[in-house]
Write a protein that binds this ligand. Sequence first.
Ligand SMILES: Cc1ncc(COP(=O)(O)O)c(C=O)c1O
Length: 420
Amino acid sequence: MPADLSGIRDLPRDEAFAITADFQADDHPQKVSLGAGVYRDESSKPWVLPSVKEAKKRLHEQELNHEYLPIQGSEPFLTAARELILGPAQSENTVISIQTISGTGANHLAAAFLSQHLKPKHVFFSDPTWSNHSLVWEVAAPDVVQKTYPYYLPASRSLDFEGMMSTLESTAVEDDIVVLHACAHNPTGIDPSREQWRTLAELMKRKRLFPVFDSAYQGFATGDVDADAWAVRYFQQTLFGATESEPRPQGMGIAQSFAKNFGLYGERVGAFHLVLPPRAPAAGARSQLLRLVRAEMSNAPLFGCRVVAMILSDPELRTRWKEDLQTMSGRIKRMRSILRREIEKHPKSEVGDWKHLEDQIGMFSYTGLREEQVLRLKDVHHVYLMRNGRASLSGLTEANAEYVADAIAEVMRYHPVGLK
Ligand SMILES: Cc1ncc(COP(=O)(O)O)c(C=O)c1O
């Protein structure tokens, strides 16, 4: 049958973007958006970080031109990005860094490159995971079979570490990709402990599984960029340290986004880093990554990477940026405890225990609310969150937390099915 454009199947809207559009179209005065993973200040407004404002002012004064970047991207940006996630003094011979269209572009480049050159049988995602992982791999790496590893135990609202380990142990085969969240897991807000990361690294090394760390929240989990990079750095040292020997994976990928931690969402600043074992030849992999970038976009955009590079390389601006991270992560932590307090003012027999709100970290809470409760929150109370119960807590303020808590209590009374 010849292809027929008029017969193309209509796909459902992307949930994350649909929530934002529905929220914007809602004119209810008390509407609250807990949908999009974007930071909002105390008055529910987008926040341009003061460190970013200052860098923009300085860039403006420099009257820079608008020439193309090289295919790999801006070298000062890439050096700063690489050292932010991996620590200082990284060798360009063992870490190949390529600038991308934010974290999504980095995940996409990882999928395209690895499917073509590592040819894994499977890619494993946590269940649940960021809503775009599966689509990125479906489009960029259609030959790689997608699988999930258990991540979340609803009964205890904790990490299903045993399930994760036993699934990877029994079903993953050499060169399979395992996508891991570097910190502040989206959507659950639950990260492995350091002990668990060590155990996982040992398994991945022994089975020669290829980790791809998705790092979209460095600085958001704890407010400390080094603490939030611990797992990635540990994996690099353990799998590819100079004294380490076989077996080990053929490499490790890092998809790095600067959307959240610099508030540069729409500027699309990101990088993909390919970490190789010491002394492994890097030229072929580098040239293939450049080929993919050349075909996709020729080279990445300039503006956002200039802001990030300036902040990370100027000690004063870097200090101010770290304060901005504390401001953002601190406000979200405060909102966690206020929301918990307000929900728990309602009878425990109706709303249950909301300790998990404060145990989880990062931008999100996996509230445990069920789909019918989430839909009623939107339809009756104009409070928007993802159907899986994920709430982006930066949409809360001191002014609306009580309203949201009362709305949650009401939907739990209306649908008394408990939390999942
Ligand atoms: C886990 C995860 N990875 C990657 C991204 C990529 O975002 P962006 O393309 O805006 O950098 C996000 C954003 O929500 C995310 O949550």
